[in-house]
Design a protein around this ligand. Sequence first.
Ligand code: AMP
Ligand code: ZN
Length: 471
Amino acid sequence: MALIFFNTYSRRREEFKPIESGHVRMYTCGPTVYGPAHLGNFRTYMFEDLLRRFLIYKGYKVTQVMNLTDVDDKTIRDSNARGISLEEHTIEYKEMFFRDIDRLNIQRAEYYPSATEHINEMVELVQKLLDKGHAYKSGGSVYYRISTFPEYGALSHMKLEKLKEGSRIDSDEYEKETASDFALWKAWEPDDGNVFWETPLGKGRPGWHIECSAMSMKYLGETFDIHTGGVDNIFPHHENEIAQSEGATGKKFVNYWLHSEHLIIEGKKMAKSEGNFYTLQDLVDRGENLSAVRYLLLSTYYRQQLNFTFEALNAAKNAITRLRDFRDIINNVCREKSNTSTKINPEVETIAQTALGKFETSLDDDLNISPALAAVFDFVKSINVIREKSGLSVADAQIVEEALKKFDSVLGVIYVAEEAIDEEIERLIEKRNQARRNKDFTEADRIRDELDKMGITLEDTSSGTHWKRKL
Ligand code: AMP
Ligand code: ZN
């Protein structure tokens, strides 16, 4: 079946065809590591995880790049406020980001380039834009002259007459109404403290937008298949990425642009600046289950706004419980010693094939998750009816288990989620045991508290430390 994506650029549903057969190259805008990511950010990362996992499900090799913005207006502002170096500040939030994506069972990308490690590539790209007349220097900074790029505005479908030629903007983020020449390289200012690079462009630091053009093209080539982000990235960030990349190479930058809608809370976009956000840790502290969070973020079509409520989180938890109870029942049948029947019930086979077919065709339709989930729950229901009526042979149960694992290679909430989290728990327990052996009881207690916050209770017995989940 053909895979269809809604392309923001053309505003059309298009059949997906990668540049290299069987291999997808995609770039996903990553976190600005100035503070903990919030649930809104995770909505976007979860959509990208769904996209990634489904491409792999369909047999593609995926090369995914997600950048880490570790130098920009906000990271500088916040590290200064704490009186620590930019690196010290951002490393803390990089580590937190990776811990959080692991906790949500988001698969790791192939590359996580940091902006501060790619200054040379950015300088080279800015130089190219200067050479080609797309950029100009002013007051020690370098700006992109948007009037030199007639396609400017094509992604966000802006009317060109709205663009203010010649006016300049220094900040990384701004509204459509203020579209103007934007900073590629920012001259050092006293507020930047010791954050600067001495380069052929002068003493300063890169703008935010150039970072993604330089790093995407370095790892994926001048033209690649998919670029994603939240809808707030369309303007100015992605518009500027296109202007920078295509201005420098003269080639098409990206074939498919996919954007996820916002996660909202009480009618407003969840955002740090609004103060209406939950971090993952906030939810753990409230005793919420992270697999339920994953399911909730995953279960609304990505181009629709997702309204976050605790009732919805509760419903997500119930949905997972149903799937996991079914998993356990099937697991028991597969391993039941007294069940020696190897006969396959053809009805079981048909139900599994139909469900897998529906799952795939639904997701083929621009990752339409609702009918895909309905196919999984119908599958559970139909198999349960057969099981109660005539029982399942070991061979039947194996077919069912195989299908369930296949669904879960995309959903990541039935089998895999706990494994990923379990590894982290085991690692912390080992660290705590080590601390106890060293008689460092303060550290041991700190780790116990950390696990407690993750919803894990420990029990020290003569046979070792056991743990269980507080569901
Ligand atoms: P930032 O760290 O602000 O650069 O954002 C990282 C990613 O999260 C970007 O792709 C944003 O579009 C996305 N994002 C931010 N807020 C939300 C939200 N409320 N809902 C969905 N995505 C969001
Ligand atoms: Zn970006």
